[in-house]
Design a protein around this ligand. Sequence first.
Ligand SMILES: [Zn+2]
Length: 133
Amino acid sequence: MTDSTADTAPAVDPDALPPCPACASEYAYESGALLVCPMCGHEWVAGGAADAEHEAEDDQIRDAVGNTLTDGDTVTLVKTVKVSGAGGGSIKVGTKVTGIRLVPGAADGHDIDARVPGFGKMKLKSSVVKRAG
Ligand SMILES: [Zn+2]
């Protein structure tokens, strides 16, 4: 019984970790059952384990770097956002917003209900925020 394919097959390093699905960084490391990306802070399950989790992912709202957001999260703006109406102005990049509320399926992409300091209640796009902490 010869097994010549074993010699010619490309060597796959079993320790090699996949790149970050959020930012494609190759510096992900294992942290318990999770893989963690030091570049953007994204955490995910190696190999995409549970199917049920996969299904739920479609409904999930993610921030600018792919972190899943949940009700009550604290986020910071990753870009300055112009406010239309309500006196105008703009919310500066880096502004911290605590206790967000998610609005799944928002047609216009403003899927976060937020109370912004100095501006009050308004809707934000998840693509302009990053989960804090
Ligand atoms: Zn990353």
